[in-house]
Ligand binder design. Structure first.
Ligand code: FAD
Length: 572
């Protein structure tokens, strides 16, 4: 295993003057490209100004989907590509991507036929309600587009009485419901980190560095800055790939390229503590219309209710939070389909928001802006000796095919050939695991043979897939568990902190697993986590205090979570 501790990588960056490819932005699209280029033997450096996956890629609805609603806008190529990529991710990231049944409650038989037809023909039309006929037709087409390598059942229509029996809190005014299958991802944060580790493993010359920002051009080279210390690095390249998502225009401007490529829309989600209701949704996501026909989602996420999302044009991607208006909108939407569930703001235990990096477009209906991707290139200029290729648009689901297209363009720019494809290549802990086979069971037995209890082995498997093997082998012996986070051990933390490009406690809590979403964490748990990391990374008292403060600040600023006098978290 190459040394993937952050300090070792920084030391190598100090010795680097030139790389063939510099990637700016460590979200899913930048990291997908990083891994693909590494596999082609191209040396590249990726810099991310926050932690990996700390921008839009950490704020999705967690659907890995074919994009049913893109049928309405006639984007058939995108639906086919998305459905194929969904099926691939189910195979290549079987540790985090799982099939999910989607349920659509339907209130009318015929609503929406005319506007759907207009949209289908790419004429402007606002769809405020979709009836059974439109949905049946859409789902039939969706089945056709997803048939290649299909691993999930086809759609079915569900009689009203059966739907109400399966989901008793559902609005009794529905006429019928529909069921189809897509997929969801449990740990997008970890999948991005695992792509970074895979890329560095595939080509040990490659470096993915978090908390290093691209600040501009100096003497024809990229000026990079360690955000934690202010240290500056000047690195030349043959090609720069701008994968800064909603910040693409700002990065291009810093590189001397004016112009507007991105017109982002903000989307927020809430996590609700409603365990009894959440159980009735086990394994299902409700896909329903809010006021005005916007699609919203409700699902059971780790025993809680995940509710999203909004879609609001925004100019500034920095520091977005879920506002009071969005909270009201989402709770109202929830009450429309679950009128009997007494939900209030007191049930919120977490919120998050992100900005979709959509192509700049004038559209009165943000939902109608294309989710397709493109990669415009700006040529080298006199002050900057290299061209810039920008990754505009796209979605989580299609990152692999987007990255493959970008990699092909980069290879052609460098005059090199593709050596291998990523189509059938497993990611990180997805290696050696397939859906619905005995792989997971075999790995569980193997882990149990190292002395772990079966419950502990199952937890490690769920968190890390087959990378659990590396973690278990690293400590071999009894683990000591944290008191306030009894699902986490000191030994496991030591492995993560030393091998997964960690700088501080925020990286571990928010970026190396979904622990922060499993339940509301009291201050005592945050404090204990920081102290455990201090023992591993050798932090002094001042650093411990700063790290603890940064966790509390992040909860407050990004997720609207404060702590009461007893240190219990509450939505504010
Ligand atoms: C509310 C919402 C719900 C969504 N739901 C889904 C879904 O269910 N399924 C789906 O497929 N897609 C979904 N998407 C879309 C998907 O999340 C995005 O398309 C995808 O994450 C974009 O990834 P990215 O890598 O392009 O951008 P980002 O993840 O934003 O990455 C860009 C990175 O660049 C970094 N950066 C910026 N400036 C600099 C700089 N100067 N130097 C260094 N680094 C810099 C940022 O910190 C950031 O981490 C959703 C999006 C939103 C907002």
């Amino acid at each position: 295993m190459s040394d993937t501790g952050r300090d070792a990588l920084l030391q190598r960056l100090r010795e680097t003057r030139h790389v063939p490819v510099l990637i700016v932005g460590g979200g899913i699209n930048g990291m997908g490209t990083f891994r693909d280029l590494a596999l082609q033997g191209v040396d590249c450096l990726l810099v991310e100004r926050g932690d990996f996956c700390s921008g839009t890629s950490r704020a999705p609805s967690r659907m890995i989907h074919g994009g049913l609603k893109y049928l309405e806008t006639g984007e058939f190529r995108l639906v086919r590509e998305s459905a194929e990529e969904r099926n691939r991710l189910l195979r290549n990231a079987a540790h985090y991507v799982h099939p999910l049944e989607m349920i659509i409650p339907i209130y009318s038989w015929t609503a929406g036929i005319l506007p759907a037809l207009r949209r289908f023909l790419r004429r402007p039309a606002k769809l405020t309600e979709r009836g059974a006929a439109v949905i049946k037709l859409g789902l039939t087409l969706y089945d056709i587009y997803g048939r290649l390598n299909r691993v999930m059942p086809r759609h079915r229509m569900i009689r009203r009485e059966d739907a109400l029996r399966e989901i008793p809190d559902l609005d009794p005014r529905i006429r019928i419901a529909a069921s189809y299958y897509d997929a969801w991802i449990t740990s997008p944060e970890r999948l991005v980190v695992e792509l970074a580790l895979d890329g560095m493993e595939a080509n040990p010359a490659n470096m993915a560095l978090n908390h290093v920002s691209f600040d501009g051009i100096e003497s024809g080279r990229a000026r990079l800055r360690d955000v934690m210390t202010g240290e500056i690095f000047l690195v030349g390249c043959d090609l720069m790939i701008n994968a800064a998502g909603p910040w693409i225009d700002r990065v291009n401007a810093a590189a001397g390229e004016k112009g507007r490529m991105i017109g982002g829309t903000k989307g927020s989600h809430l996590l609700l503590d409603l365990p009894v209701f959440a159980r009735s949704l086990e394994g299902r996501m409700m896909y329903f219309e809010a006021e005005g026909g916007r699609i919203c989602l409700v699902s059971n996420f780790m025993g809680h209710v995940l509710l999203g999302s909004t879609d609001i044009p925004t100019e500034d991607p920095d520091g977005v939070v879920c506002t009071d208006e969005e909270v009201d909108y989402l709770l109202d939407a929830f009450r429309r389909i679950f009128p009997e569930v007494a939900v209030t703001r007191d049930h919120i235990f977490f919120s998050y928001a992100g900005v979709r990096p959509l192509p700049a477009q004038d559209a009165s209906d943000p939902g109608a802006i294309s989710r397709d991707h493109s990669m415009p290139v700006r040529p080298a200029s006199p002050g900057r000796g290299f061209p810039i290729l920008s990754l505009v648009g796209g979605k989580w689901t299609t990152f692999r095919s987007f990255s493959a297209g970008v990699t092909d363009a980069a290879l052609s720019c460098l005059g090199r050939e593709r050596r291998r494809t990523t189509e059938e290549l497993a990611i990180g802990g997805g290696t050696g695991l397939s859906q619905g086979t005995g792989d997971a069971e075999a790995l569980l037995s193997e882990l149990a043979a190292t002395g772990l209890s079966r419950g502990r082995a199952a937890r490690l498997l769920a968190c890390y897939g087959s990378r659990a093997r590396l973690i278990a082998n690293a400590f071999r012996g009894p683990e000591t568990f944290l008191t306030h986070l009894p699902e986490v051990s000191h030994e496991e933390l030591a492995f993560i902190a030393r091998h997964e490009v960690v700088h501080g406690a925020q990286d571990v809590l928010f970026g190396r697993g979904a622990l922060f979403l499993e339940r509301p964490l009291p201050r005592a748990a945050l404090s204990e986590l920081v102290r455990a990391l201090a023992g591993i990374l050798d932090w002094d008292a001042g650093r411990i205090a700063r790290e603890e403060e940064s966790l509390i600040e992040r909860y407050r600023r990004h997720h609207r979570i404060g702590f009461d006098a007893e240190g219990m978290p509450q939505f504010v």
